[in-house]
Design a protein around this ligand. Structure first.
Ligand code: F6R
Length: 248
């Protein structure tokens, strides 16, 4: 099925969060030991809020769910207040009955980044692979921290963050751009595309241009998200603002 046929547009970001939370809750009910791939960032906040509300109401049971987050800043310990590990604790894990032993994260403070990336790939394989990965998209078209470039890495690896990506993450660091790490660890494009199903979320007008390129443009390393066109089971969930350039 062509990518255009897998797009759902909702009136606003709250509705995107609500619909995705309902979809993920259904997936957990159908497969209680599901393995999820999860993003951080501003876009999934409403999704996590809705999912936490469903968990509080008893509508979803996380006790057998396993999670793997997409990425982490290099040099930050899991306890660092600006780490993605802390972000996830605050916005999702503190609100659901997940078993801490089933939370998997890249350790940004690992002494050997390459060994840490390998460890993560093995952990994903040992868990049986990712069943459902939820993705945001950078304004430059990145997914995870796979930045646009002349070549993309297949597996979990160390990345240099582009200035635009560091600027987008500055709010996590009290708007101090200099405090945003220069590098990160990220699942690779192959790791992401190996997930059995993928959902990409984009909300707000600032994502309209990369969404247009994702949907109508060629598959190119210049827009890593465009590789989702190759995935057999991908859905794109947008609000009206992010969809404005693909609606005629
Ligand atoms: C972060 C991640 C990134 C973000 C992207 C969009 O874990 O995977 O690809 O999804 O940078 O970020 P927001 O949602 O803040 O616009």
């Amino acid at each position: 099925m062509r990518l255009e046929q897998r797009i759902s547009v909702f009136p606003d970001a709250r509705e995107v969060g609500r619909r995705l939370a309902a979809r993920v809750a259904d997936a957990i009910r159908n497969q209680p030991a599901i393995v999820l791939g999860l993003p951080t960032g501003r876009t999934p906040l409403l999704f996590y809020e809705e999912l936490a509300a469903l968990a509080r109401s008893g509508a979803v049971d996380f006790s057998r769910v396993t999670t793997f987050n997409l990425d982490e800043f290099l040099g930050l310990t899991p306890e660092h207040p600006s780490s993605y590990r802390r972000f996830m604790q605050r916005y999702l894990f503190d609100h659901v009955n997940i078993d801490p032993a089933r939370i998997n994260f890249l350790n940004g403070a690992a002494a050997d980044a390459a060994a840490e990336a390998d460890r993560y790939e093995h952990a994903i394989a040992a868990a049986g692979g990712i069943d459902l990965v939820i993705l945001g998209i950078g304004t430059n078209g990145h997914i995870g921290f796979n930045e646009p470039s002349s070549g993309l890495e297949a597996r979990t690896h160390r990345v240099t963050l582009q200035p635009e990506t560091r600027r987008s993450n500055a709010p996590l660091f009290g708007d101090d751009l200099d405090a945003v790490p220069l590098e990160a660890l990220s699942m690779g494009m192959g790791t992401i595309l190996d997930a059995r199903a993928a959902v990409l979320l984009a909300t707000g007008a600032r994502k309209a241009s990369c969404v247009e390129r994702l949907v109508t443009g060629p598959i190119t390393t210049g827009l890593p998200a465009s590789f989702l066109q190759l995935h057999r089971d991908v859905e794109i969930m947008l609000d009206e603002a992010a969809a404005q350039r693909i609606r005629s």
